[in-house]
Write a protein that binds this ligand. Structure first.
Ligand code: ATR
Length: 288
């Protein structure tokens, strides 16, 4: 539990820092929970450029800016890791932190992306982790959190496919023999009889092109999911659905990854409801 610092008006203050930060949906998510749970507090988006991060963290640690904690996003997820006093096992294995809080005067850091990924699938596709073989497309920062979640759930055969094979090989070396790296040319063979596919790349985001994948060789009832949520139904999901696969969109992961942070800062565990999901969908449509 964080030291819940109170502002003059009695509210607990949390933040999301990054650059750019204007498109972050986190203030809307946390603001909704604060309102519906009747908690006096605030959650604000603050633009912090790379050159300003160390000063922001210093002010946070000294209590000068009055924050209890907050979220960290691009481009600070890896760097903030070095500035925290304690980084938990999850964030260390993933190599990035997205959630900070003060505890006994120390700045703590964790990563809730792996939790958000798994909690979303637990919610919308229970039993998803019973599959033996999973295919992960992409070997960037987002991929590391997904790999962590898959390994933690005991999936024993993970095919990691990336355009730049050396990045997939580096992650296989980091996470161990469960991960079998490959290049794009290995993708269709990897999909054969797999129970789960996850796109962790930006392919298909904001109307960008995505390769036409054939999901039909996956196991019957296989699940195809995407971490991209703009558009909500990405080209990968559209194709998979047309081929009779189960699908899960990326918005659920965004909503669920916010839960642990809110619980730490504000002391109450919030729910991811249909109302919250619809609110964010409406906002995404408004700004499409
Ligand atoms: P993030 O932290 O969001 O995961 P990243 O570290 O830049 O971002 O990783 C982006 C991922 O998308 C990488 O796996 C990248 O492949 P490379 O490692 O080969 O760059 C993948 N990616 C981005 N654009 C792609 C494209 N047009 N085709 C295939 N993969 C692409």
């Amino acid at each position: 539990m964080a030291e819940n610092e109170q502002t003059a008006d009695g509210g607990i203050k949390a933040f999301v820092i990054g650059s750019p930060i204007t498109h972050s949906r986190s203030p809307m998510i946390h603001g909704h929970w604060l309102k519906t749970l009747g908690i006096a507090g605030s959650y604000e988006a603050i633009t912090v450029d790379s050159g300003e991060l160390a000063d922001f963290v210093d002010a946070l640690k000294s209590g000068k800016n009055g924050f209890t904690g907050g979220n960290v996003t691009i481009p600070h997820k890896e760097v903030v890791f070095e500035l925290a006093d304690h980084v938990d096992e999850t964030a260390r294995l993933i190599g990035a932190a997205n959630t900070l809080w003060l505890e006994d005067g120390r700045l703590m850091a964790t990563n809730t992306d792996a939790y958000g990924f798994a909690a979303n699938l637990d919610n919308c596709s229970p039993g998803w982790d019973a599959c033996e073989k999973a295919v992960v497309l992409g070997a960037g920062g987002a991929s590391r959190a997904i790999l962590y979640a898959l390994i933690e759930r005991g999936i024993t055969d993970i095919r990691l496919i990336n355009r730049t094979v050396s990045r997939a090989e580096a992650l296989a070396a980091r996470f161990g023999p469960t991960i079998r790296p490959g290049g794009m040319q290995d993708l269709s063979a990897a999909l054969d009889s797999a129970g789960l596919f996850i796109n962790t790349t930006s392919l298909g985001m904001d109307g960008a092109a995505a390769p036409e994948l054939d999901f039909s060789t996956m196991k019957p009832g296989a699940l195809v999911t995407d971490i991209v949520y703009v558009p909500l139904k990405t080209p990968f999901l559209t194709k998979a659905e047309a081929q009779g696969m189960k699908i899960a969109d990326g918005l659920g992961m965004l909503l669920h990854q916010a839960v642990p942070g809110f619980a730490i800062w504000f002391g109450t565990r919030p729910e991811v409801t249909d109302e919250l999901r619809q609110m964010i969908i409406n906002d995404l449509e408004l700004h499409a």
